[in-house]
Write a protein that binds this ligand. Structure first.
Ligand SMILES: Nc1ncnc2c1ncn2[C@@H]1O[C@H](COP(=O)(O)OP(=O)(O)O)[C@@H](O)[C@H]1O
Ligand SMILES: [Mg+2]
Length: 312
């Protein structure tokens, strides 16, 4: 199948800040494409340009054959967008919110009613459709927000970090919903800073940092970037900058950075560096509670390419 989204040298500058720095990629029809990167990488800015919310400084993109610069209306018709910020009226019910969005997309009468019913079903909230949205949990609001993005049955769905700050149950529901929509034929561009989500969902992934795509490919292709290496995760408290520098300078250690609750270390020879790593940490007063060695994941690809961990 052909490409349904193509992004060609897209760039956005805000004053002196280059938020998106000549990004190019394409998404084949039927794919789930992931844009993975830390906060501030430029994911939302990229999505905002593709969805014609902001104008690019340079470059162009097309959706279903229409250019964001010259045919924004056609682009908007082909797209569904699930923004990072929730866009719902708190005092209206879920059904009323969805009907509102449906009318914005030009639906009415029986067609609108069907679209709203389908969307409530998709969100798993058909039985609570008449409650005011302000009574909903954060996760339920997000599910309704996603449903609103697909009311008009778009060919391409852009989802901007749809699981940030929600409970695990809603998170799983959302991930399953993305798969379900994709199986029904929707092409998805999914942004996240959670590598597990992108690993679970995406056929291909672009890793973004400081406005640039620093690696792109299938999960296996990306893992090959750190082929032959292991990831050592150390649960440890009180890692000073000094100790981190010592670890980074140790023989056999390719990259190291702080991560959730400790330290992540990339090495081609875990067997020979483990003992010394723990000794270095403990001699400096850090308290090691556990050490695990694993195959590389996207986190380690990111660490390898940038020297930083994805989650600070
Ligand atoms: N409207 C804006 N004005 C100025 N700077 C912005 C604006 N929007 C985003 N930025 C900056 O652009 C960079 C990329 O932001 P963003 O696209 O939101 O990243 P992400 O979605 O990956 O977290 C950040 O440094 C952010 O502060
Ligand atoms: Mg963002």
């Amino acid at each position: 199948m052909g490409d349904i989204v193509t992004v060609d040298g897209l760039a956005k500058r805000f004053g002196d800040l280059v938020a998106v720095d000549h990004v190019s990629f394409s998404i084949a029809e039927g794919e789930i494409f992931g844009l993975l990167g830390p906060n501030g990488a430029g994911k939302t800015t990229t999505i905002s340009m593709i969805s014609c919310l902001i104008d690019p400084t340079e470059g162009d993109a097309s959706v279903a054959g229409s250019s964001i610069r010259s045919e924004p209306l056609a682009v908007k018709r082909a797209l569904g967008v699930v923004p990072q910020e929730i866009a719902l009226y708190p005092t209206l019910s879920a059904a009323e919110n969805l009907a509102f969005w449906g009318r914005m997309y030009g639906l009415s009468g029986a067609e609108l009613k069907h679209a709203v019913d389908d969307a409530l079903e998709l969100a798993g909230l058909a039985d609570r459709a008449k409650e005011r949205v302000e009574e909903y949990s954060g996760g339920m609001k997000r599910r309704i927000n996603i449903a609103a993005g697909v009311l008009h049955k778009p060919q391409v769905l852009l989802m901007d970090e749809p699981t940030v700050g929600i409970d695990p149950q809603s998170r799983n529901h959302i991930l399953e919903t993305v798969k379900e929509l994709n199986e029904a034929g929707v092409t998805v561009l999914y942004t996240s800073h959670y590598m597990e989500e992108v690993e679970f969902l995406c056929d291909r992934i672009a890793i973004m940092d400081h406005g640039r795509i620093i690696a792109m490919g299938t999960l296996n292709e990306l893992r090959d970037v750190v082929g032959g290496m292991d990831v050592i995760t150390v649960s440890v408290e009180n890692v000073s900058d000094d100790v981190l520098e010592q670890v980074r300078a140790s023989e056999g250690i390719t990259k190291a950075d702080r991560s959730d609750g400790g330290l992540t270390v990339l090495t081609a020879s875990s067997g020979s560096v483990l003992g010394k790593l723990v000794a270095t940490l403990e001699s400096e007063g850090a308290h090691v509670t556990s050490v695990t060695v694993a195959e590389p994941d996207l986190e380690s690809v990111f660490l390898h390419l940038t020297g930083k961990s994805l989650r600070d």
